[in-house]
Ligand binder design. Structure first.
Ligand code: FES
Length: 78
């Protein structure tokens, strides 16, 4: 599967409450880093993220990460 479009060349570092989230893999969501349905009609699908307890995470916004949905530093090479 190909990589999504670059939404931003830095991760979204955010506090997440416990719950279920859907990370945007296509890069076209207007609500980065989460899916807003913009992937419809493409090969991309959102990636489910289940958070058990409140936590701070760095979610990939460049969509080139090898450890989706989290940042692996790939944006540094763009
Ligand atoms: S909008 Fe990008 S995966 Fe859904």
């Amino acid at each position: 599967m190909s990589k999504g479009n670059i939404a931003e060349k830095k991760p979204a570092v955010i506090e997440l409450a416990a719950g279920t989230y859907y990370w945007c893999s296509c890069g076209d969501s207007k609500g980065q880093p989460f899916c807003d349905g913009a992937h419809k009609g493409t090969e991309f699908r959102p990636q489910k993220l289940v958070v058990e307890q409140p936590t701070k995470m760095a979610l990939c916004n460049c969509k080139q990460t090898g450890s989706a949905p989290t940042c692996d530093g790939s944006h540094c090479d763009l």
